[in-house]
Design a protein around this ligand. Structure first.
Ligand code: TRP
Ligand code: ZN
Length: 492
């Protein structure tokens, strides 16, 4: 691993930890408790979905009792005072009877309707509780299994809105960017903000003429706003279900390069606040995206999205990159780092398509992605990296803690980038290449939420041997697995 690679990993890890510590502190101080994920009935007989998804690390994120299918979000970014005005339609399927359910949104809500009927709502912090109106007083407003739509009109400044601890809002002059993990989407649209609920999305953003709006997905429209003379409108579509943290909104001055290659459209966007030389360098680097995807496809199978791209703002971010679906975000200082480009693109499979069931499954995202990065990056050797980490960290307590199967919110991103891929390489050693590579590929070709337990089971099923002990050693323990063949450690 090169010094630059290491620099980005360490920087990302340090900042992410700081952010998460702040996030937890914020939650503690404001007294958030773990809600029950089960549905309840209010004294007046209304059926309520759980106020959060009940994630072990972020219990209050999202809401229970339904699955979102699609977000159709329209945002007006032409207002004064840096306010946004939005109207979003969320299409969902009820997983239980529902009168009341919860979305996440930090901006002020003006009006909500469910299936076209005005609904009551209350807001507290990023929680939006909606009570649908019963059309038949004797029956819940939404029956289990029914599809329903929620239309939300809202406005406010995401700059002032505070999502506990997570700095996901960046401003440079009049340009702004909203992006972050694990949470950022509720700064600008109503969302079931948990990775277990992937959905397709459409974002239409109105901007002053000559200003660009960049989002997740494929650019499907740009030009004069049909409803608003004098303004432009940018339309982006994510046509395969993805997770809410793999989205972003950037409004500002960008150089946008569009085209088609390998049968897919691409869009590269680079801030014109960067110097001309920096813009050129960033674009040259982003243009390596199709070749990187082709290389990843040899290990992971067909690329899961209909478009590709990359985005470089002028703001210096708290992290090297973010795996925004079809359109990864890169810190301007990371431009030129081949491993980071490979990393974010590998996330199009691991994270954006094979999604997290819970935040404590982070190994499935970052460690499998990092291993794919080890496989395809020029000059990188997984076997050399394995030796360096396994033998080089023999006496480092810090390297072997925390357990990868339950790192805790504060250390979620700490060891998944180095010890994580080391585990994957040990698994490859243990399985042998002829078993490992088909397994790795078939895992990458799945869709929807998968837990770390699912990963262990799938690996176990791919071999005639029992891998229970192997995984217990590598994922549940907090010391170095013994250098045995069972643990996938080659003799030296
Ligand atoms: N998932 C990002 C990556 O590996 C890194 C990351 C961790 C991050 N925490 C974040 C990005 C918070 C943005 C915000 O590519
Ligand atoms: Zn990553």
């Amino acid at each position: 691993m090169s010094l630059t690679q290491r620099f980005w990993l360490v920087l990302t890890a340090v900042l992410v930890v700081t952010v998460l510590v702040l996030a937890t502190l914020g939650d503690r101080l404001s007294g958030v408790r773990t809600p029950s994920p089960a549905s309840t009935t209010t004294p007046d007989g209304l059926v309520r979905g759980a106020p959060g998804m009940g994630d072990p690390y972020l219990p209050e994120a999202g809401g229970g009792g339904y699955d979102v299918q699609h977000y159709d979000v329209t945002v007006d970014a032409t207002l004064l005072a840096r306010e946004l005005r939005g109207s979003a339609t969320v299409t969902a399927v009820a997983r239980q009877d529902l009168d009341e359910f919860h979305l996440d949104l930090l901006l002020r809500v003006g009006r909500v309707s469910v299936n076209g009927v005005p609904a009551r709502f209350t807001q507290s912090r990023d929680d939006l509780a909606i009570t649908a109106t019963r059309t038949d007083p004797g029956r819940p407003a939404i029956a289990s299994g029914a599809a329903f739509t929620v239309a939300v009109d809202y406005e406010g400044s995401p700059e002032g809105a505070s999502l506990p601890g997570t700095p996901a809002y960046y401003r440079t002059g009049e340009d702004f960017l909203i992006a972050g993990e694990p949470r950022a989407a509720s700064l600008w649209f109503p969302v079931n903000d948990h990775p277990r609920d992937a959905a397709t999305m459409r974002f239409a953003v109105r901007v002053p003429r000559g200003v660009e709006a960049i989002c997740a997905g494929r650019l499907t429209g740009r030009g004069p706003d049909p409803d608003h003379p004098g303004a432009d409108r940018w339309v982006w579509q994510v046509d395969a279900p993805t997770v809410s943290y793999a989205t972003f909104l950037a409004v500002g001055q960008y150089r946008v390069e569009q085209g088609r290659t390998d049968g897919r459209p691409f869009v590269y966007s680079v801030s014109t606040r960067l110097t001309a030389a920096e813009q050129t360098r960033a674009l040259r680097w982003l243009r390596k995206t199709p070749a990187a995807i082709r290389k990843l496809e040899t290990h992971l199978g067909p690329y899961p999205f209909s478009g590709m791209g990359g985005f470089v703002p002028s703001a210096e971010l708290n992290w090297g990159g973010l795996e925004v679906a079809m359109n990864p975000v890169y810190d301007p200082r990371a431009v030129g780092t081949e491993s980071l480009l490979n990393h974010e693109l590998a996330h199009m499979w691991f994270g954006d398509t094979v999604t997290l069931a819970e935040w404590n499954d982070m190994f499935n995202n970052e460690s499998l992605t990092s291993y794919a990065e080890w496989l395809v990056t020029t000059g990188s050797s997984p076997a050399v990296n394995f030796d360096e980490y396994y033998f080089g960290s023999a006496r480092s307590d810090r390297f072997w803690r925390p357990a990868l199967s339950d790192p805790g919110l504060n250390e979620l991103f700490v060891r998944v980038y180095d010890r994580g891929p080391t585990v994957v390489h040990a698994l490859r050693n243990r399985m042998g290449d002829s078993t490992f590579f088909p397994f790795f590929r078939s895992w990458a070709q799945q869709h929807g939420p998968r837990s770390l337990e699912d990963f262990r089971r799938a690996a176990d099923e791919a071999t005639p041997e029992d891998l229970t002990g192997f995984f217990a050693e590598w994922l549940d323990q907090t010391d170095r697995p013994e250098p045995t063949a069972e643990n996938g450690v080659p003799k030296r």
